[in-house]
Design a protein around this ligand. Structure first.
Ligand SMILES: *[C@@H]1O[C@H](CO)[C@@H](O)[C@H](O)[C@H]1NC(C)=O
Ligand SMILES: *[C@@H]1O[C@H](CO)[C@@H](O)[C@H](O)[C@H]1NC(C)=O
Ligand SMILES: *[C@@H]1O[C@H](CO)[C@@H](O)[C@H](O)[C@H]1NC(C)=O
Ligand SMILES: *[C@@H]1O[C@H](CO)[C@@H](O)[C@H](O)[C@H]1NC(C)=O
Length: 384
């Protein structure tokens, strides 16, 4: 959270691509289990009322408007009443196929013009893959989803897998944190990612202001459906009290995650003032999720760090996010310093391979960031 990131996706609801006929609730997941799933959902419906009452009693205090009525939750949780769309998009299909790993996994980021400008975030993002360890080869699996034509054009000059989201909104300029404009983009992103899951692709979603310094795939939890980075990690990956950051997720495509993205997206109407991440923070407690046996894991900031809680050990860090930072200039400034820190680390003659091999003479290599980001919220408030 606390992130002025721009990222996104598009909804193609009824306007552009082929109109999907509305189907009765059943998951279209390209596999077995649709029927079993429908049954499970019905069973859950029965259990639901009891659970919900309990849940509302427990967590109602967190809701800004008292609590939404039970039928709203039921509506949000009914899968596939509204498919997230994008299904008939040939271009997207082709882009995903070209970028995919053998096991239908892609890396996705979203980009608008402000972040795509030369010298801006996108350049730093791509550079991180070049100077990271075993990250360069991941570039061929990276799909850059752009919000506007200008970002798309810039993308195609630098990268083979670019996709222009069709959108009626103008997402060209910098979206300021928590404005209605920002919220809209964030929700379009969730919708888009849900439709990627529906197409059978698993993905690592990464904000563009996340620097990839090591290949993260070895650090993911093997048994999880949905894994998400944290602003602050409390020490246990299963602890629902962890504060997730939607800027970095690894999601495997299956019945449970397809349902979950629909549930998440539909839940936006229950909390109109909140963005996807805060809504996730509410619905993560929902008994539906444990009933669906969706395996959620929170990623350790030791590997997936950020300015909120940096990865302390440069021998372990995989990614670093310019979170807890508002303002494009602040982010660019500090991310450049971060990459310089990384280059210095990489140039060390006696590079640390693990925590035990600390040099005795010097202090172990460390970040010199955040700098401008650490005061960016205060300064933004003064400006207003
Ligand atoms: C995918 O790759 C094929 C073969 O290299 C190419 O002809 C096609 O244009 C690519 N599709 C997209 C959308 O980039
Ligand atoms: C979108 O907004 C930007 C800046 O606010 C403006 O310069 C641009 O012309 C707009 N584009 C369209 C298609 O409306
Ligand atoms: C896909 O392949 C990558 C790279 O080999 C691996 O790390 C990842 O776990 C695989 N994903 C799935 C969903 O099996
Ligand atoms: C860490 O370094 C020590 C000393 O070089 C080595 O014995 C040990 O195997 C290393 N551990 C790991 C996990 O790489």
């Amino acid at each position: 959270m606390k992130d002025s990131a721009i990222a996104g996706s598009v909804d193609k609801t009824s306007s552009s691509s082929g109109v999907e006929p509305i189907k009765p609730p059943s998951l279209n997941s390209g596999g077995s289990g649709s029927h079993g799933l429908a049954k499970r959902v019905m069973k859950m419906g029965v259990l639901f009322v009891g659970f919900t009452v309990f849940w509302i009693l427990l967590y109602n205090s967190a809701s800004p408007f008292g609590f939404p009525v039970i039928s709203h939750y039921l509506t949000a949780a009914m899968p596939a009443a509204t498919k997230l769309g994008e299904k008939n998009d040939q271009k997207l299909d082709s882009v995903l196929r070209n970028a995919s790993m053998a096991n239908k996994t892609v890396i996705i980021t979203t980009l608008n013009d402000a972040w795509a400008e030369p010298g801006s975030i996108f350049d730093l993002f791509l550079q991180s893959f070049q100077i990271g360890k075993k990250t360069k080869e991941l570039l061929k699996h990276l799909v850059v989803v752009t919000w506007d034509q200008k970002a798309y054009d810039r993308c195609t000059t630098l990268h083979p897998h670019c996709y222009l989201l069709e959108t009626n909104d103008n997402f060209t300029s910098e979206a300021f944190f928590m404005t209605p404009h920002y919220l809209k983009m964030m929700w379009k992103r969730i919708k888009f990612l849900g439709s990627v899951l529906e197409m059978g692709y698993s993905f690592v979603f990464t904000d563009t202001d996340i620097m990839w310094l090591r290949n993260p795939f070895g650090r993911f939890h093997k048994d999880a459906d949905f894994q998400i980075a944290c602003d602050n990690f409390r020490g246990n990956p299963k602890d629902m009290k962890n504060m997730p950051n939607g800027g970095f997720t690894y999601v495997k495509s299956n019945d449970r995650t397809i349902w979950f993205y629909q549930f998440w997206y539909n839940s936006r109407t229950l909390y109109p003032k909140l963005h996807d991440q805060d809504v996730l923070n509410k619905i993560k407690w929902n008994p539906f999720i444990s009933n669906m046996k969706l395996q959620i894991r929170f990623l350790d900031t030791a590997y997936f760090g950020g300015f909120c809680q940096p990865s302390k050990n440069l021998d372990l860090v995989c990614t670093m996010h310019a979170n807890c930072c508002v303002g494009l200039e602040n982010k660019i400034n500090d991310l450049k310093i971060l990459l310089d820190d990384w280059k210095k680390y990489k140039a060390l003659p006696n590079q640390h391979q693990n925590t035990t091999t600390t040099t005795t003479t010097n202090s172990p290599p460390h970040w010199t960031v955040p700098q401008r980001c650490s005061t960016s919220f205060e300064r933004a408030r003064i400006k207003e």
